[in-house]
Design a protein around this ligand. Structure first.
Ligand SMILES: [Cu+2]
Length: 137
């Protein structure tokens, strides 16, 4: 049987490990896409933060997939660029239909990572209207 001290020490070690990984990892605090002028193209903006601080100088590509339709779409990965607002980045990606998309950020800086975020895409020209998903397939 473990002593009270041993249990406490293990708990503290787990807490430090968990907090350490949380702090070391940028998180998506905001993501959204609005229709770009070109058909089917959307300008996506994501905000990265780490421990409440904006992450500047991040390097990543943005692609997307539909969780309801695995393998059905191939969205070319686009390098994201900073918008000028600290922690905010943008990339223009091709989203072929309304519905739920998973944005995928393949991060190389500050550290290799894969960040995912589900967003709703409305019909082109109607960013708030996310009905009639998959009607075109
Ligand atoms: Cu689809």
């Amino acid at each position: 049987m473990k002593t009270r001290f041993q249990r406490c020490a293990i708990g503290a070690l787990l807490a430090v490990t968990w907090l350490g990984s949380a702090w070391a990892r940028p998180a998506i605090t905001h993501a959204g896409c609005t229709p770009a002028p070109q058909p089917l193209m959307y300008e996506c903006r994501v905000v990265l933060a780490d421990g409440g601080q904006p992450v500047t100088g991040a390097v990543f590509t943005l692609t997307a997939d539909m969780p309801a339709m695995p393998m059905a779409h191939h969205v070319p990965a686009v390098p994201a660029e900073p918008t000028g607002t600290a922690g905010e980045y943008r990339a223009t990606v091709r989203l072929e239909m309304p519905g739920t998309w998973t944005l995928k950020l393949r991060v190389t800086r500050p550290a290799p990572d894969l960040l995912l975020r589900n967003i709703e895409i409305g019909a082109h020209g109607k960013p708030q209207d996310a009905t009639s998903a998959h009607a075109g397939h």
